[in-house]
Design a protein around this ligand. Structure first.
Ligand code: GLY
Length: 342
């Protein structure tokens, strides 16, 4: 995707990056069209994001607007309203946004009673001198901006939480249905780390990204994953690209996943290859037996998504997975590159 650059531009770039001479600096070029990439639950989101960018909305705000319907959707139990709660049965949401042109970011973590945390993260970016607000402080900030509060726990999510709580131990006082009767059903509940990330590039080649999640299902209250952490669940470098992640947040935090992808793109890697590099890094950093399967591979999933300044999208995961993208070809749900077969 590179193109010749003038001697003057070459010298400017060289001066700007004198402190990091090992990095290849990609050439700035215009994106062929607005483009967006997202997790598999973001097919609507990438369409909305690109429509918004075509209408002149900035990439970071377009990403937030793309995420909003998924946050509002009670059927998606990994994001926003209807997200699976913490171990006390309380929904706690995390989100962050990053704006390429200004290099600013905003984030909220462990936010309760507000279903659109990405919107609050955008307010943190625009209306504070901070990057991250958590818990009660984040809620008070949202309240100050007139964001409505509501109970985020749907009946379906409450039932899943109760089934999880009742099936945890045979030595506590919470009994599964039927345990006081001769025979009973024992529903199995999966602990998920679903999330949505949307990365955007507009026609001018400006970038923005947002990530939003309810985090790990039934987490310890106050647990924060990668999603609200800049450089982990979302990262933007307006000269290079935007990247984000979903899956086991702890593994992404320990590898600074999204920043790793963007730095790899800065060194000339394609978005997909950069995402694969980050997956390999997760594997290399996962060493303790309790996190490995019988083949010595991580026993969890991590996905990375990226779009570069030229509008090229890519994604990779540890295990087979899909992602959504919107390019000149329209909205698509496509396979991600994968390190391992299931
Ligand atoms: N990736 C979402 C989380 O771990 O919270």
């Amino acid at each position: 995707m590179s193109e010749p650059i003038s001697r003057r531009r070459f010298l400017e770039l060289g001066a700007a990056t004198a402190a990091v001479p090992h990095f290849h600096v990609p050439v700035r070029r215009r994106a062929p069209a607005p483009a967006a990439v997202s997790s598999a639950n973001g097919l609507r989101s990438v369409q909305i994001a690109v429509e918004k960018m075509r209408a002149g909305v900035s990439p970071v705000e377009a990403a937030v607007l793309g995420i909003e319907p998924v946050e509002n959707d009670p059927e998606d139990d990994s994001v926003g309203y209807g997200g699976l709660p913490n171990e006390d049965g309380v929904v706690e949401l995390d989100a962050c946004v990053m704006d390429g042109p200004t290099g600013l970011a905003g984030a909220v973590a462990a936010l309760r009673n507000v279903k659109n945390p990405a919107k609050v993260a955008l307010l943190v970016l625009r209306r504070t001198d901070h990057v991250l607000l958590v818990g009660e402080g984040a809620l008070r900030f949202a309240r100050a901006h007139g964001i409505p509060e509501e109970n985020l726990l749907t009946e379906a999510s409450r039932r899943k939480w109760l089934a999880w709580k009742e099936s945890r131990s045979k030595t506590d006082d919470w009994l599964e249905p039927g345990e006081n009767e001769p025979a009973g059903a024992r529903p199995k509940v999966e602990r998920k780390t679903g999330t949505i990330h949307v990365g955007c590039v507009n026609e001018a080649g400006d970038l923005g990204g947002a990530t939003s999640t309810s985090g790990l299902a039934f987490k310890i209250p106050g647990r924060v994953g990668d999603s609200p952490l800049i450089g982990c669940g979302n990262y933007v470098d307006n000269e290079v690209g935007v990247a984000g992640s979903t899956g086991r947040g702890e593994a992404v935090i320990l590898t600074n996943g999204a920043a790793y992808v963007v730095h790899a793109m800065r060194q000339g890697r394609s978005p997909t290859d950069a995402c694969l590099d980050a997956c390999r890094r997760v594997v290399a950093c996962t060493r303790i037996p309790r996190l490995l399967d019988g083949k010595g591979r991580p026993d969890f999933q991590v996905n990375f998504y990226a779009v570069n300044k030229a509008g090229v999208t890519g994604a990779a995961a540890l295990f087979p997975s899909r992602h959504a993208r919107m390019t000149a070809n329209g909205p698509e749900l496509v396979d991600s590159a994968a390190l391992f077969e299931r």
